[in-house]
Design a protein. Sequence first.
Length: 115
Amino acid sequence: VQLQASGGGLAQPGGSLRLSCTASGSILSVVSMGWNRQAPGKERELVAHIAMGGRTIYADSVKGRFTISGDDAKNTVYLQMNNLKPEDTAVYYCNLAVLTGVNYWGQGTLVTVSS
């Protein structure tokens, strides 16, 4: 399984960015897809995930600002990030979890929020 992420970059506080992640390869028994992030000097943390049944989970820090959605036909998950804050600055990693408990990770895309 390969995960290709895109959409990171520089945004001003209050601005928006949209991340995309497309999965390819032998994709079987997917449980969820989503995003985690890691800021400098901090541990990687969950941002938002969407289960195959459509249930979503968000970190408290992004609720009301970020929206995760998926396109099953394209094996793609999106993260719409609005009202960005400097503390959202991090490397964002796409994640795909399968039924066996294996987690796949993308290469990471940098999001910088700064004026």
